[in-house]
Design a protein. Sequence first.
Length: 450
Amino acid sequence: MRRSAMIAAFLLLLALVPHGPATAVAPPDEPDWFIDEDTLPFDPLPGFEHTTRTWGVLRGAGYRIEVPANWNGSLVMWAHGFRGEDLELTVDSHPLRQYLIANGFAWAASSFSSNDYNVGDGVSDTRRLVRQFRREYGRPDTTYLTGASMGGHVTARSIEQYPRLYDAAMPICGALGDYALFDYFLDYNLAAQQLGLGASTFPVDAASYIGQDVPLIKSNLEAPPGSWPQSLNSNGDALKQLVELRSGGDRPNFDEGWVYWNSAPSDAGDGNFLFSLGVGDGTVANRRGVVADNVGVVYQLDLDPAVSAREQTFNAEIERVRGAPWLRRSLRLNPVPVVTGRIRVPVLSLHNLGDLFVPFHNEVVYAHEVAARGRSGLLVQRAIRGVGHCEFTATELVTAFSDLAKWVETGERPAGDVVVDPAVVASDHYGCQFTDFATKNGHAFATRCP
């Protein structure tokens, strides 16, 4: 991904910062989401002019559908990632469109009926689009659900909510740990405050946090002045180690991810992307109730699992935030719905090891939840050596989807990576099996395999 494109993505993704009045008795009026219907039509791909393409608006959500002339009977749904708070609702074509159409797969994608972090709407709108496809083209033999980032969260919850609707799923770079994502944002910012300022608070004063507190935190955690995030003092090293453990454990590519994400621009273009994820009040999508929680978390500042005296002091002094139990335990389709791991169809996921926006920890949480319900045989996970968010090569995505389709068709479970064994994840060879290093500039910041 070019740097200009990355910056544009960062600016859009910053709106994921939790917002809205935490003490409101009722949510405010829903924003005036709208669809410019002139943006819905789309042209055929060169060489595939005879596909059937339809588009429209369904219950407030725009959609696109494309069916090849040699349709093989399979439908591949696409759930898009976070759109920010823009009022306009837009539709992505499937990122694997070329491969899908060339191989006889139909695809469909929804804008969802709302932006913001609202997974519940994504789940419902994607289901409605499957039904719309059936009305227009008949019932597919097989229906796949694929999605990225927040769309991975949509994918994971959808296959639990409607297990008879989908036959297999491929979440990529997904927020599969539901509330674990928001807990991680909290962890990063509270730990940085505690180690950099000697005290931590939640919520912060948004007006002064980025402009005053964060520069002081950085200066107190770096070694030579101006060396953040590359060169750190002992407290800076402690923060880096804590973030590694809270984002997925000791693993290859974290060091590159640390520098990359602590240099990524916020909306002010100041390299404070991860800090900017901590300026909200803990609510999302205009709903009351704090979504993040760190009550009971035992933070580690090094790789020794024993809790040292320093860590005891740190854990005693860091601010504790309790999330709203009616949100975190509810099975309703709210904006951040729970993912239980109770899967009934094959799931193949991909995640970058150095992604510190939606970190690899989401895969670990999901693997544990699936295992707790005795469904590990239905889950294959693949670790990719990359540092960007949703930064995969076409080869990695096509290989994953074709392996998933083969699994559905033949029952042959594809290979994957172990994500729940810390010793395996920490290996110098971890993430080598499925990373595509052949594509030029595919993973420019990735650690090459031994």
